[in-house]
Design a protein around this ligand. Structure first.
Ligand SMILES: Cc1cc2nc3c(=O)[nH]c(=O)nc-3n(C[C@H](O)[C@H](O)[C@H](O)COP(=O)(O)OP(=O)(O)OC[C@H]3O[C@@H](n4cnc5c(N)ncnc54)[C@H](O)[C@@H]3O)c2cc1C
Ligand code: FES
Length: 282
């Protein structure tokens, strides 16, 4: 297995998302729940457009009483278009997520969404291979359900530090996905072992790979995608302030004087492939 170095993966955007599709609203929290040891699910009421968002699209959210807090970006984890609610799931990593974890049912939040471009499922795709690490499953859960509803065989490689941190493992199995759960504690998440397991998934039938939450799993997916000619899509993250392309805080790659794609409006879902080797003059 060849492991590529950072910078050897190229990200391309299918299109720039249209801002007219996003709604800026004040809504009520309907449920707050702790799941898989470290994660908090916050469910909020929403309009039909947000409830109907595509897998991989995201929203910006802050508690309404946190007047000076910039809204934080989260993928729509799950949605119920009958009840008009969406949920996000996250781990507390700083002040924003700590404030969101303190929310209770009935509290009000400021929500903007749906934002960005979602995942695409190719019409000839027979198998979807999803690679998720930790909270990365939050971005892939709705995609897994969507693949299953299209009768696409869905394999989820769920990686975490410990088994109790496997997010949505049971729900994915119940929905019909094949879940291969690995963890650091037992050593089953070792990249060589994962690579050996995953390689046949790419070779057998037309498949598409989707990755979130791990640079190493993204490297593995792009190497296998390159070897078998299979497309790879990745959900990228960057610190964001606006989510709509105006603050320019979220370039793909490093901030430089020339700007390429922005994660918020050109992504957050990008096609990922190994870069062609550059010709060096002799
Ligand atoms: C499109 C998108 C979707 C996301 N979906 C989810 C999700 O579903 N679940 C989830 O748990 N998280 C998700 N994130 C990440 C989440 O937005 C950040 O963890 C959150 O904003 C951190 O806020 P904070 O105030 O708690 O932490 P901060 O105090 O702002 O930051 C804590 C630490 O995390 C770093 N950080 C902050 N934001 C990001 C970021 N976006 N990417 C990488 N590092 C960051 C900071 O540099 C700092 O080291 C998503 C991010 C993006 C861009
Ligand atoms: S978050 Fe402001 S431009 Fe992307």
């Amino acid at each position: 297995m060849t492991i590529v170095r950072p910078g050897e993966i190229a990200f391309t955007s299918a299109r720039r998302s249209g801002l007219w599709r996003a709604w800026d609203e004040v809504r009520q929290v309907t449920r707050v729940e702790q799941v898989a040891s470290e994660y908090t699910v916050v469910e909020v009421e929403c309009g039909p457009k947000l409830a109907d968002s595509s897998p991989g699209q995201f929203l910006m959210i802050r508690p309404l009483n946190e007047r000076y807090m910039v809204r934080r970006p989260f993928t729509v984890f799950d949605a119920d278009a009958h009840r008009n609610v969406v949920s996000i799931v996250f781990r507390v990593t700083g002040v924003g997520t700590a404030a969101l974890a303190r929310l209770r049912a009935g509290d009000r939040v400021s929500v903007l969404g749906p934002l960005g471009n979602g995942f695409e499922i190719g019409s000839d795709t027979q198998r979807a291979v999803l690679f998720a690490r930790g909270a990365g499953m939050a971005s892939l859960y709705k995609l897994a359900l969507s693949c299953l509803s299209k009768r696409v065989q869905t394999i989820v490689l769920l990686s975490a530090r410990r088994p109790d941190l496997w997010l949505a493992e049971r729900e994915l199995r119940v929905a019909g996905a094949t879940v291969v759960a690995v963890d650091d504690e037992s050593g089953s998440s070792n990249l060589d072992r994962v690579a050996q397991m995953a390689e046949p998934w790419f070779g057998e039938v037309p498949c598409e790979a989707y990755v979130c939450g791990s640079a190493r799993l993204l490297q593995l997916a792009t190497v296998l995608g390159n070897r078998y000619g299979r497309p790879v899509q990745a959900a990228l993250e960057a610190p964001m302030a606006c989510g709509i392309g105006t603050c320019h805080a979220c370039p793909v790659g490093r901030l430089t004087d020339t700007e390429g794609d922005l994660v918020c409006i050109d992504g957050p879902i990008f096609r990922a492939r190994l870069r062609e080797p550059e010709l060096v003059p002799a």
